[in-house]
Design a protein around this ligand. Structure first.
Ligand SMILES: [Zn+2]
Length: 63
């Protein structure tokens, strides 16, 4: 984790559940990783973030 990101992320966008793919609007000042999926209770990821992309990659490799 070499690069640090400041809190400069835009407030738009979505958080997405890695389990059931439910999307919710991202709230300003609330990291997606602290959001809980309303459907299954899993921790959410910011849509399009490194974490989300890494997750999708892993998922695709498991096929
Ligand atoms: Zn979910």
């Amino acid at each position: 984790m070499a690069h640090e990101k400041k809190h400069e992320l835009h407030s738009g966008g979505n958080c997405i559940c890695p389990k059931c793919e439910t999307k919710v609007g991202h709230k300003a000042g609330m990291p997606c990783s602290e959001e809980i999926c309303p459907k299954c209770g899993a921790k959410m990821l910011r849509e399009g973030s490194e974490h989300h992309l890494a997750f999708l990659e892993k998922k695709n490799k498991k096929k």
